[in-house]
Design a protein around this ligand. Sequence first.
Ligand code: SF4
Length: 680
Amino acid sequence: MNAPASTVVRGACPHDCPDTCALLTTVENGRATKVQGNPAHALTDGVLCTKVARYTERTYHPERVLTPLKRSGPKGAGQFTPITWDEALGEIASRLQAIAARDPQAILPYSYAGTMGLVQGESISARFFHRLGASLLDRTICASAGAEALTQTLGNKVGMRVEHFAESKLIVIWGSNSIGSNLHFWRLAQEAKRRGAKLVCIDPRQSETADKCHEHIALLPGTDAALALALMHELIVHGWLDQDYIDRYTLGWDALRERALQWPPERAAQVCGVSASQIRSLARDWGSTKPAAIRLNYGMQRVRGGGNAVRAIACLPALTGAWRHRAGGLLMSNSGHFPVRRAALQRPDLLGERRPRTVNMSTIGDDLLREASPEFGPKIEALIVYNSNPVAVAPHSGRVVQGFQREDLFTVVLEHFLTDTADHADIVLPATTQLEHWDIHTSYGHTDVLLNRPAIAPVGQACTNTEIFRQLAARMGFDEPCFAESDEQLCRSAIGDAQDFEVLLEHGFASLPLPDAPFAEGGFPTPSGRCEFFSQRLADQGLDGLPDHLPNHEAIGSDARYPLAMISPPARNFLNSSFVNVQSLRDIEAEPVLEIHPQDAAARGIADGAPVAVFNDRGRYVCTARVSARARPGVVNGLGIWWRKLGLNGTNVNELTHQKLTDLGRAPSFYDCLVQVART
Ligand code: SF4
């Protein structure tokens, strides 16, 4: 018997994870049988996380949406009838045309990082909405506070090259459970540890990563800036500064010095809920170890003062001259290093003279419920959702659900599955997975470009996002040549001449040509060319030009009814709301869980494994208590993000979060949330 025809196709992981792994998909007789890490890509090193190692299970999932669907029941009930593509596109085009004739701003696209690919993310879709004149979307839900803070301090979303962490002697893992959400960085940290490096984890939760670090600082959520300022205080009073680096390559030192001197460790210890000796010890380590590096991640910026906190932390490497070494400095995001040609991909010029309003995706709950007004503009009449599951992931989901249930809202969802959001659609369109389309990827955790080739034909009647918007454009009469560009052409033009596309075709990835230590001699991409402790741009907006500690919107102790702070970090086997419906992964997670410290559990008579209600004025979430020292006293960890319909009472942790925004970047403050917990 002949062996089946087998090929291996190079690709890239599409998920919202800093590692952006290089994939190898084995295809036998037209069917993907295995997805593995590409051993030739140094960072991936042949290893994938458990989630994406199961990508074929997701692609061939029995519940995959394989045809267009039209709603046949109440909104949210998930009742649909299959229809043809012709019927689906015809209805969408005629509904959008009717709304656009009144005011195209009543149409809102809603998309985020369901794929990180530049082509299936925002290319033809953006061209379509620009040509239409639809409302613009402020894509803030995950990272914009930190992104704005990095930009105000370092000049862009730039930092160390991740591979050099393997040579660091001190690694501070700040606001990240790297084992769960940055696995390939963790492998480098482990290598550094084997070579004698000290690892310190800063996180309210005693995560799996904290377990394996030498030290864990379990600060209260939203107090990171206070900790960073106290570290500066200690660097100053002990003289652990690189004054030459400060003088040459920073801006605003005198003012920052004055502010930091107001933060002795005892003051910060009170605010952060940690001991002053822990702060002193970390300051000594940071001030006396070379090379020393910080891996900062996005969890800690999901609080009112998240932007200021990132600014304060991003000042620390310049104070000690850590940037002088290639294994020193800080990495939060490297996405600013990539020369992406966004305007060429997204064509904002198609707007012409029109300047549509911008809607913040983080306040979608309130905004869907707003009437027309001079301040807001027209009521939202149509919502086109792709690469996102807002009913599960947007804050204050009670409001979000109420908005999605509006009978007068026309909702289209491009999806792989009937998610909580798709259940509310009028029309669901079956989208391709990463194995079925072209795409090109940058990364926010490393500095390589990756090409994703389609490994298999689309499953069922699934269609690429790009082709769906091409078809819609044609039906709306948009005949600009840019709608005819193929996906391969889009991949080629996304980064222009910055990478040789033939290299990407042959190897699947290529590294950016970057210096080993990008800021060893300053050269920050700020207006001053320096690391800006003081930001004139922020001062010009009427904001504090220096970083400071801002208490949470919902600070512990501010409401006696809700004495516990809740954070909602991702469950290890889910990635935001992706993979929750992959049975083998859900089996590992078992059920929605709230980690609660033994003291807090005992005070409420809560036993391990008991069902509990977590509640505040916004809602009530039922889940299972895990009584564990992974939660610090006073803080509970609601691991997310479960699909509401797969949870215990049709809700998830976002039933409790609110829509108040961060200090910078207009982002949600998911981890700035007070609750009470009780036995059910
Ligand atoms: S989710 Fe992250 S670790 Fe997992 S395969 Fe994708 S990029 Fe790699």
